[in-house]
Design a protein around this ligand. Structure first.
Ligand code: MG
Length: 289
């Protein structure tokens, strides 16, 4: 199922995207109004939704709905992997004139929950704060069943579903302040969506093509097979240190082709449209303003 959150008649609603239409989950029949509640309901609630979906009748045209991020306000920071694609780690080393060193352990940073924004939303360019706004298409992982010390072999069973994340980055702030948090957390810098695709539809998260286009020109085009640390290892590593909770969001890193590593460097400006696409999930489109 492609699960979405939208605003309908001034209320936040949950829905299932089916080609050109959205089936809204009726709250009057006891369905949750938020993705976090649905995830908290565990596999039993998801199974009930799957079984009852054919009988749910409230449909709206997908292009008439105002989509929100699937989880509009995560409970904690979005956890992110840095330098998690070999070709991206190499392009960064080259751009900085440093020797190529691949990480031996996952590089983890976070983005503020206030940076999360909707598919289709305008993203402020933050002129005056940054002049080096850059794109990063990433596979997003949403945790279903939480846990601590989750072994790699069981890790994918803890994934509720997958989504698309654009890890927008202010490179000047990211590098000037040493820690990446500030340059990754500007308001609007974490578009997520359009949907969370439930994990049953993506048995192998390491076999997905992902791409990023700016104004229609392809900038990134790779496969999640190129990740240095795969989803299962990421879940294992994070949960070894901390309790993962239902609804936690993880951005798994970006492949080569980001703007600042290009010759000459390229950055986003007002009016640019960025499209991040992942096979089996969809297209996340945002305009910089
Ligand atoms: Mg990133």
């Amino acid at each position: 199922m492609h699960l979405i959150t939208c605003r309908h008649q001034n209320h936040e609603r949950l829905g299932v995207l089916q080609e050109e239409s959205i089936v809204l989950l009726p709250q009057e029949a006891g369905w949750p109004a938020s993705m976090l509640e649905l995830i908290a309901g565990g596999p039993a609630l998801l199974a009930r939704l799957r079984a009852e979906l054919p009988r749910l009748t409230t449909r709206i045209a997908a292009d008439k709905a105002e989509l929100l991020a699937p989880i509009p306000r995560p409970r904690k920071n979005v956890m992110c992997l840095g330098l998690n694609y070999k070709d991206h780690a190499e392009e960064i080393a080259r751009a900085k004139g440093l020797p190529i060193e691949l990480p031996e352990h996952p590089v983890v940073f976070t983005k503020s929950p206030t940076s999360v924004t909707a598919p289709g939303a305008d993203v402020p360019a933050h002129a005056g704060v940054t002049s080096e706004l850059d794109w990063e298409v990433e596979l997003g992982v949403v945790i279903g069943t939480g846990g601590r010390a989750i072994p790699r072999a069981q890790a994918l069973a803890h994934v509720f579903g997958y989504t698309v994340i654009n890890d927008l980055s202010a490179r000047d702030l990211q590098f000037r302040h040493k820690q990446w948090f500030l340059g990754k957390s500007l308001d609007g810098f974490c578009p997520i969506g359009p949907a969370i695709v439930t994990a049953d539809e993506i048995p192998d998260p390491q076999a997905l093509r992902l791409a990023c286009r700016v104004n229609g020109a392809t900038k990134q085009d790779s496969s999640t097979a190129q990740m240095i640390f795969g989803v299962a290892t990421i879940v294992e590593t994070l949960s070894r240190a901390m309790t993962l909770e239902p609804g936690d969001v993880i951005a798994t890193g970006t492949p080569a082709g980001v703007g600042f590593a290009r010759q000459p460097p390229e950055f986003l400006k007002s009016g640019d449209v960025v499209e991040c696409e992942i096979e089996k999930i969809g297209v996340l489109r945002n305009r910089i303003v």
